[in-house]
Design a protein around this ligand. Structure first.
Ligand code: SF4
Length: 425
């Protein structure tokens, strides 16, 4: 039986048949899943005149995906919002990605940790049954995933053969040490005595201290102890006034930050697609607007209001408690589950993934500032998470050499700390 590790935060979920996943995502199929759908014998008449599958060609690869109609919905989604495969052949006949969404199973040595896609509205609002009630399904999905993705298994059938993510450069640590580091980094995020923005600032500092330590010589339990000791000193050494006095990011930092924001806001597919539907020239104009960072904000995503770039620079003094809890849940989940590095995150090394997660936080807060100009605060927070999380671990651009170079430049010039301080408040 597959082991599912406990979640680092309280989270609930159930499908509320909003159809978001079936309208907004291209589902990539394994050969077995594609064949199974073909064997089901779907006719064009049943699917609005369309083929069930199509081949998507990239520069160096091609993959088979579920076909979509002109409005961007999966051809199997019927007018009533139900899945035709599910209705005709039963739940088990659906492709694994459809059953798994919005969960992400992350191999972590002998067991699996669970991440979530907050692009699902029910996940970002934590609606439904608590996670322990999903355990039976998650174990089953893990079994299916091992076969579907040909994940290496050991003699007892677990994913223990999967290599841990690099820590930095070419160095590796054992799984239990990597898990201990991730758990340790969640300590400042749990400190509800201080605003969440300060907790993220402290996460940056804890990560910086831990990064300098020689962890390869320590046992996993000692790493946990070290994290606890370092975290204990954070309230005295990393204060709100220190955060407030942090220098504003320089222009290189702000340009690279806005470039990351443009990537994370962009929606090219489905009913919420933004300027992408106007063609390449419009996208080019939008990219240039993000470099300048002045004037009207291009609508990269339909949820963005008519706004000016200036709106993203206006500080948010105090986040309402409900919004704090939403961000807290999100980052506990991302950091504690190891979703930020390794095989589910473009094989990114541990510390680089933490850097990017801190940058993503800055982008989310910037997006929140813009969205809350015409939405309630809770809705603005949930939508900011949904928009950005669409890309977290899924938009390959975030893992390209060019982007990774940008994160390194931001790290080497102390811009990550400044961006977290500046946009966090
Ligand atoms: S196959 Fe069914 S569940 Fe999967 S995307 Fe299409 S409609 Fe949704």
């Amino acid at each position: 039986m597959q082991t599912i590790l406990p979640l680092p935060t309280l989270q609930s979920w159930d499908c509320h048949t909003c159809g978001t996943c079936c309208k907004e995502y291209l589902v990539t199929l394994s050969l077995g899943e594609a064949n199974r759908i073909l064997e089901q014998g779907w006719t064009k008449e049943e699917l609005g005149g369309l083929d069930p599958l199509r081949v998507k060609k990239g520069l160096f690869s091609k993959k088979t995906v579920l076909n979509h109609d002109a409005e961007g919905s999966c051809v199997f989604l019927d007018k009533g919002g139900r899945c035709r495969i599910h209705a005709k052949h039963g739940y088990e006949s659906k492709p694994l990605p459809c059953k798994l969404f919005p969960f992400i199973l992350i191999p972590t040595g002998g067991g699996w940790s669970v991440g979530m896609r907050y692009a699902c509205p029910s996940a970002s609002a934590s609606l439904g049954r608590p996670m322990p009630e999903h355990l039976v399904d998650l174990r089953k999905f893990a079994e299916e995933l091992l076969v579907r993705d040909a994940i290496p298994i050991n003699a007892t059938g677990t994913c223990a053969e999967v290599k841990p993510p690099q820590v930095e450069g070419n160095s590796f640590l054992e799984w239990e040490k990597v898990l201990a580091m991730a758990k340790g980094l969640t300590i400042p995020l749990l400190d509800r005595k201080v605003p969440f923005s300060l907790r993220m600032f402290r996460l940056f500092h804890l990560a910086s201290d831990l990064r300098k330590a020689k962890l390869s010589n320590l046992e996993a339990t000692k790493i946990e102890e070290l994290c606890t000791i370092l975290a204990k000193h954070l309230p005295a050494t990393v204060t709100a006034s220190q955060r407030d006095q942090t220098t504003k990011p320089n222009w290189v930092g702000r340009v690279l930050f806005r470039q990351l924001a443009a990537i994370c806001l962009r929606k090219d597919h489905g009913p919420n697609r933004g300027v992408a539907e106007q063609g390449r020239l419009a996208l080019f104009g939008a990219a240039w607007a993000f470099v300048k960072g002045r004037g009207p904000l291009p609508k990269m995503h339909k949820w963005l209001p008519d706004a000016d770039f200036r709106l993203g620079e206006e500080p948010v003094e105090n986040l309402p408690l409900e919004v704090e809890r939403i961000f807290e849940r999100y980052y506990l989940m991302k950091v504690g589950s190891l979703q930020f590095c390794g095989p589910t995150f473009f094989n990114m090394p541990f510390w680089e993934g933490i850097d990017l997660t801190l940058l993503i936080y800055s982008v989310q807060m910037w997006t929140y500032r813009i969205l809350k100009s015409n939405l309630g605060e809770t809705e603005a927070a949930q939508k900011a998470l949904s928009i950005i999380d669409d890309h977290y671990g899924f938009n390959r651009v975030l893992g390209t050499f060019r982007q990774r170079l940008a994160y390194r430049i931001l790290g080497a010039t102390n811009q990550i700390e400044r961006l977290v301080a500046w946009y966090g408040k």
